[in-house]
Design a binder for this molecule. Structure first.
Ligand SMILES: Nc1ncnc2c1ncn2[C@@H]1O[C@H](COP(=O)(O)OP(=O)(O)OP(=O)(O)O)[C@@H](O)[C@H]1O
Ligand SMILES: [Mg+2]
Length: 260
């Protein structure tokens, strides 16, 4: 664990992510301003927020990629964290299997890598080069690379933002399936309210450096837009994000909503 906080209750101590009063200052502004957040083991939290609200700043803090920023507060997160970004960030000079097992030790690394590739629907493609793959396929390799490490915490920063709507829906199903199997705690940053509702156990909205709203997604699977409870939750989130509902009328629900 990164930082140990004193005086936690037993339940809080079991949280995979435990953030108290987190401040992160960039360019003289408190981007995160006494932020509070808990994520339980295996819990899937989606994080919404306007562009520039600090979502990536929070993810960078959790992944400990923010050495150069100033800040304070308690941040407890596991050491075994995997991060998935909007672009797959595969090394073009390495074959798929080598990309997946990069930095992985042990005699069974190759076997685990092959299994992970099969899990994301790319069985037998171990020796392919990244350039031979579509954007969606590359993002699936990126998921395989993240999950082959069996992280306690998976951080995803708009992982499907660059994909077309249909591929995105397929990726939702895949991610949900992988998370059900591997059970990492997940913090998924997205601009897409429907993506958040489709995938998460809780949806949080970041606003003025804090979690302004944190709602459980208490909907039975499959979560279909169009049911009254779905619509109510969606409405509340959109309202909080300041999306003008009249402007949004007529949009395809499955297309999602870009709140930025
Ligand atoms: N190195 C930096 N120096 C100064 N300001 C920064 C720096 N990095 C980010 N910021 C500012 O911090 C704020 C939060 O940025 P961040 O990338 O976390 O937002 P975000 O919520 O992820 O936005 P988006 O949805 O557009 O990805 C922005 O206003 C950004 O301009
Ligand atoms: Mg961002």
């Amino acid at each position: 664990m990164a930082t140990h906080a004193g005086g936690l209750t037993a339940t809080e101590d079991r949280a995979t992510v435990h953030i108290d009063n987190l401040v992160r200052t960039l360019g003289g502004r408190d981007i995160l301003n006494r932020l509070q957040l808990r994520i339980a083991p295996g819990e899937f939290v989606a994080l919404l927020g306007r562009s520039g609200s600090g979502k990536s700043t929070l993810l960078r803090a959790l992944a400990r990629l923010d050495h150069d920023v100033t800040g304070s507060g308690v941040l407890t997160a596991p050491d075994d964290v995997s991060v998935v970004f909007q672009d797959a960030r595969l090394l073009p000079w390495k074959r798929l299997l080598d990309n997946v097992v990069l930095g992985l030790d042990g005699p069974d690394a190759a076997e685990r890598g092959s299994t992970a590739l099969a899990e994301v629907g790319l069985a037998g493609r171990e020796r392919a080069w990244p350039v031979e793959l579509s954007g969606g396929e590359q993002q699936r390799v990126s998921l395989a690379r993240s999950l082959v490490r069996e992280p306690q915490l998976l951080l995803a920063d708009e992982p499907f933002g660059a994909l077309d709507a249909l591929t995105r829906l397929r990726m939702h199903a895949l991610l949900r399936q992988l998370c059900d199997r591997h059970r990492p705690a997940v913090l998924l940053v997205t601009h897409d309210v429907d993506e958040a509702i489709a995938l998460a156990d809780r949806v949080a909205v970041l606003e003025e450096g804090r979690i302004a709203v944190d709602l459980p997604v208490d909907l039975p699977a499959p979560r279909r837009p169009g049911t009254p409870r779905y619509a109510t939750l969606r409405e509340r989130l959109l309202e909080r994000l300041g999306v003008d509902r009249t402007a949004e009328e007529g949009d395809e629900v499955a297309e999602g909503v870009n709140a930025a």
